[in-house]
Design a protein around this ligand. Structure first.
Ligand code: C2E
Ligand code: MG
Ligand code: MG
Ligand code: MG
Length: 274
């Protein structure tokens, strides 16, 4: 007991650790204010087909911190996941994204474009998640069939039957599902067989190393083949060079997303006509 307490005391007074803990606590306090202070924004990044036409857009959350400027979602989403703030934040994201989707849907030139929204595992596991999504679709008038929810493999670790039945329920309304960051989690191919998904997104870490690393080439090529044989759409993330694009198209990946085609930007700056 004394020994354990001693270790904790030591850890607490480790000055570096303390600075980190304070910074984190500060960020957390500020994050609680982000919604009431209207500091969250959505940016949008295009997904293009082999001709370069925009077939979809992914909504990516940004936090405009009053002092620190733009904070990356990789920094604050994990924090929000831990303290439940992800639920109201995720709700805000869905609503803002669906409002935008409804506006696009009213424009005949955008009639086939889908909108992808990231959903965190915690948000997805909320008991009223399905109800919330349906309410937002109804309130905003966004067409369900053009909404794509991006989930990650971590979602599939627990409560798989639950996840499956939620996905099925939303799919009945036309909502589609993408498995994000494919290959980085604890993917079991058995999940892929069991889950009613529509799209696989090849993680950008594999795309980055394409043409430099034979293992990445092998992984990407077999992911594309796997997606095709399961009749899933496949999207490559993080495409930055013409060489990567050409390789992906040659290997049958027809939807591409990355800085080569456009960075995530506010809706006013989004170019949808190529
Ligand atoms: P993600 O969903 O895998 O999104 C793709 C990330 O790759 C985005 O980072 C995007 O800006 C970045 N990216 C796109 N193209 C390129 C490229 O060509 N090169 C490089 N180096 N990066 C590229 P971002 O916007 O910083 O978001 C990071 C992660 O935060 C997302 O990864 C997603 O997991 C999470 N996230 C973002 N918005 C939301 C949200 O609204 N809700 C939830 N739950 N998570 C979100
Ligand atoms: Mg995503
Ligand atoms: Mg991803
Ligand atoms: Mg990611």
């Amino acid at each position: 007991q004394a020994k354990a307490a001693g270790r904790n005391v030591m850890a607490f007074f480790d000055p570096e650790m303390q600075v980190r803990l304070q910074a984190r606590a500060r960020l957390e306090t500020d994050l609680r204010q982000a919604l009431p202070n209207d500091e969250l924004r959505l940016h949008y990044q295009p997904q293009v087909d082999e001709r370069g036409a925009v077939v979809g857009v992914e909504a990516l959350l940004r936090w405009q911190h009053p002092v620190r400027g733009l904070v990356s979602p990789d920094e604050f989403i994990p924090l929000a996941e831990e303290n439940q703030l992800i639920v109201p934040i995720g709700h805000w994201v869905l609503e803002a994204a669906c409002r935008q989707l409804a506006a696009w849907a009213a424009d005949p030139a955008r009639a086939v474009m889908s909108l992808s929204v990231n959903v965190s595992p915690r948000q997805f596991r909320e008991p009223d998640f399905v109800k919330r999504v349906l309410e937002i679709l109804e309130a905003t008038g966004a067409p369900a069939s053009r909404l794509k929810l991006e989930v990650t493999e971590s979602l599939l670790l627990e409560a798989r039957d639950e996840a499956r039945s939620r996905i099925l329920e939303l799919r009945e309304w036309g909502v589609r599902f993408a498995l994000d960051d494919f290959g980085t989690g604890y993917s079991s191919l058995a999940y892929l067989k069991r889950l009613p998904l529509d799209q696989l997104k090849i993680d950008q870490s594999f795309v980055r190393d394409l043409l430099e690393d034979e293992a990445s080439e092998a992984i990407v090529a077999s992911t594309i083949a796997l997606a095709q044989s399961l009749q899933l759409e496949v999207v490559a993330e993080g495409v930055e060079t013409v060489a990567q694009r050409d390789w992906l198209l040659a290997h049958g990946c027809r939807i591409l997303q990355g800085y080569l085609f456009g960075r995530p930007v506010p809706v006013e700056a989004l170019e949808l006509d190529g």
